[in-house]
Design a protein around this ligand. Structure first.
Ligand SMILES: Cc1cc2nc3c(=O)[nH]c(=O)nc-3n(C[C@H](O)[C@H](O)[C@H](O)COP(=O)(O)OP(=O)(O)OC[C@H]3O[C@@H](n4cnc5c(N)ncnc54)[C@H](O)[C@@H]3O)c2cc1C
Length: 371
């Protein structure tokens, strides 16, 4: 069977890519297992991500369902006191937070409504590249080929392994506890429409409301050298504000943070990588999905300008690779600042208290507007 465009993966970049191509009349097959685990937690959508979503005509629905954040409130983790407060409401484009599942449903609905997009309920189990012909072997025993295959199956997916088999991802020595709490059972300050960033000694906590403030999403990142991974309760014990969150250990999920090297190759045979498969993002600037949407927006812009599929994908790689790498580096720098310890952490908090507003404002504006 020979199809023109196949997309592997049905998360943010796979669904987004299908919507972009279908908008210009292309038929798409999305290969992904239909039964998808519930996507947990929240995500932030910065102005660049929202602008990218507008290219798919999804911005209005996202704005309807998302929470609009009014400020970034930076606090001392140890004391709970405010270091600085950066207004987000003056920006013409809003900064949003929303449930990851809700965002997924918006993209999925748009795909299901489009007769040009077909889903194949299957998983790619192997990829072969013989005689310049890229073939996908599916777990239902089908073998598919296509002139254009989009690898949107994430960093651990088959396509990234096929295109960049030697790319490395190593443990960073840092872990993350993530949790979503009903607002009714935690201190009220967390459900204000603010992004809170609590900077500590070798750790930081991020929180923001989702689903109209009914829930609050927490992310606590910490050095495994200085904190025990076995219990968030023991980490938050005796904290003046957070101890109540630590006591509810069932709400938290632990993951380790990996360091991925930048990938300079997004193409092999008919396969072009996109999203996390092409550029895994360190999590510190919450730009992973945003950058995936920017890949998709780039495809949409190329198609709108009349480019062929082949030129569209070539130009997407050419334009997006340096931008995505730049954001990944900025994210890593932010992570290094968040991770400071001892006297460096104290000095960081003092500088943020004195001059943080201007420095951070400029850093974020550059990131969100130019990236
Ligand atoms: C908890 C959490 C919080 C985050 N918060 C933010 C945030 O605040 N802001 C932000 O911008 N980003 C955030 N991110 C990052 C963001 O979610 C990712 O960057 C984004 O999901 C990447 O999308 P993707 O479609 O490229 O890949 P993925 O989301 O990894 O999706 C890959 C898809 O491919 C499918 N697949 C895998 N293997 C196969 C196969 N063999 N055959 C067929 N299908 C396959 C999977 O089922 C999956 O649906 C967060 C990530 C996590 C985990």
């Amino acid at each position: 069977m020979n199809e023109e465009i196949i997309v592997i993966g049905n998360s943010f970049s796979g669904l987004g890519t299908a919507i972009a191509f279908a908008k210009y009349g292309h038929k798409i097959k999305i290969i992904a297992p239909k039964k998808k685990a519930q996507i947990i937690g929240g995500l932030q959508i910065a102005p660049n991500g929202l602008s990218a979503l507008s290219r798919l005509d999804l911005d209005n629905e996202v704005l309807r369902q998302a929470d609009k954040l009014l400020a970034v409130d930076i606090k001392s983790f140890e004391l709970g006191s405010s270091l600085t407060n950066i207004s987000l409401s003056k920006d013409s484009s809003p900064y949003l937070s929303m449930s990851r599942q809700d965002l997924f449903q918006i993209l999925l609905k748009k795909c299901l409504e489009n007769t040009l997009i077909e889903f194949i309920d299957s998983k790619v189990i192997a990829i072969s590249d013989q005689l310049n012909n890229t073939s996908l072997i599916l777990d239902n025993a089908d073998i598919l080929t296509a002139s254009f295959i989009i690898g949107a199956d994430g960093w651990d997916g088959k396509t990234r392994k096929f295109v960049n088999p030697s790319a490395n991802r190593a443990d960073s020595g840092y872990s993350i506890y993530r949790g979503v709490f009903p607002s009714s059972i935690i201190p009220t300050g967390f459900s204000y429409p603010n992004l809170q960033l609590w900077l500590g000694d070798s750790c930081h906590l991020v929180s923001y409301p989702i689903r109209n403030g009914k829930y609050v999403n927490f992310v606590f990142a910490f050095s495994e050298k200085f904190f025990s991974k076995t219990s968030i309760k023991s980490i938050f014990l005796n904290h003046p504000v957070l101890s109540i969150l630590g006591e509810k250990s069932d709400f938290w999920n632990l993951t380790t943070i990996k360091n991925s090297e930048l990938s300079f190759n997004w193409r092999r045979g008919s396969i072009t990588l996109i999203g996390d498969a092409a550029h895994p993002m360190p999590p510190h600037l919450a730009q992973g999905a945003g950058q995936s949407f920017m890949d998709v927006a780039c495809i949409e812009t190329e198609l709108a300008n009349g480019s062929s599929i082949s030129d569209t994908l070539d130009n997407m790689i050419k334009l997006r690779m340096p931008e995505a790498h730049s954001v990944a580096r900025k994210s890593q720098i932010s992570g290094n600042i968040f991770r400071m310890y001892g006297p460096f952490a104290n000095l960081r908090n003092q500088i943020i208290g004195l001059a943080g507003q201007k420095i951070i404002d400029e850093f974020l504006q550059e990131l969100w507007l130019s990236a």
